[in-house]
Design a protein around this ligand. Structure first.
Ligand SMILES: Nc1ncnc2c1ncn2[C@@H]1O[C@H](COP(=O)(O)OP(=O)(O)OP(=O)(O)O)[C@@H](O)[C@H]1O
Ligand SMILES: [Mg+2]
Length: 235
């Protein structure tokens, strides 16, 4: 059984369904990437997996346990962390305060040890620990957002467009860091607009169209698929 699975997700925000039988899964130590056109339902699929959207149909399991009925907060406490597409840092707080906020569900005394581990993963955050997150560059802010999510010591990390608005060099750096997180055994699910680059580092990819799985395969298969290339990867 795959660690995190979403089967047949169907539902939306009102009368019309945005997700139409969408299924996504990711194992520990794996990167799964969701790509697809704007409005396809990529963020909605992620929200549903986090419990921010009530599904009409479908089932979410984590480590063989049905979590479909759990609240978002309960899902965070069983190991799922989420970095939303927008407004993902507290701009008026320092880098370190942002990381501390990420630990709000923890009651142990090792929070500062985790912060040090995050500074090892993202050295620039250690250098700028006393600076307001609002003063950081886009790529640095994304590192704060990922770092904050890591503060719950998750087994699943969900990232909605972590490289949005950053330069190609910063994107490569972020992907390198995400690969390091994968090496620690975390299951990583990522929505990406930079589809070709993301599929390059992915173990598995999903092309989502109209809330439905259109193509699924490992990163290489999707990159080699002529239909996927022509329709979604720009040739
Ligand atoms: N809070 C909301 N209330 C109502 N409709 C919404 C809401 N959020 C998204 N939608 C609609 O759901 C559909 C899918 O949106 P979603 O944000 O999941 O797409 P996406 O694939 O993430 O797109 P993008 O690539 O632009 O981020 C869109 O038609 C959008 O207008
Ligand atoms: Mg989106």
């Amino acid at each position: 059984m795959i660690y995190l699975t979403a089967e047949n997700m169907t539902g939306g925000y009102g009368a019309t369904d945005i997700l139409n039988g969408c299924s996504i899964s990711v194992d520990r130590g794996e990167i799964a990437v969701i790509v697809g056109p704007n409005g396809a339902g990529k963020s909605t699929a992620m929200k549903a997996m986090l419990g921010m959207l009530k599904l009409r149909k479908g089932q979410i399991t984590l480590d063989n346990r049905d979590i479909t009925a759990l609240s978002p907060q309960a899902r965070v406490s069983v190991g799922i962390a989420f970095v939303p597409q927008t407004n993902n840092v507290f701009t008026g707080m320092t880098v370190e305060e942002n990381l501390e906020m990420g630990a709000y569900l923890r009651h142990d005394h090792n929070i500062h040890q985790t912060i040090e581990e995050i500074y090892q993963l993202f050295p620039i955050l250690g250098k700028k620990r006393r600076q307001n997150a609002g003063e950081l560059s886009g790529g640095q802010r994304q590192q704060v957002a990922v770092g904050r999510a890591m503060m719950t010591q998750p087994s699943v990390l969900m990232l909605d467009e972590p490289t949005a608005g950053v330069s190609p060099i910063v994107m490569d750096e972020l992907f390198d860091r995400i690969l390091e997180v994968k090496q620690t055994g975390v299951a990583i699910l990522m929505v990406e607009q930079n589809a070709a680059q993301a599929l390059n580092i992915a173990d598995k990819g999903y092309v989502l169209v109209n809330g439905t799985n259109k193509h699924t395969g490992n990163g290489e298969e999707l990159l080699a698929n002529p239909v996927v290339r022509r329709t979604f990867l720009g040739g």
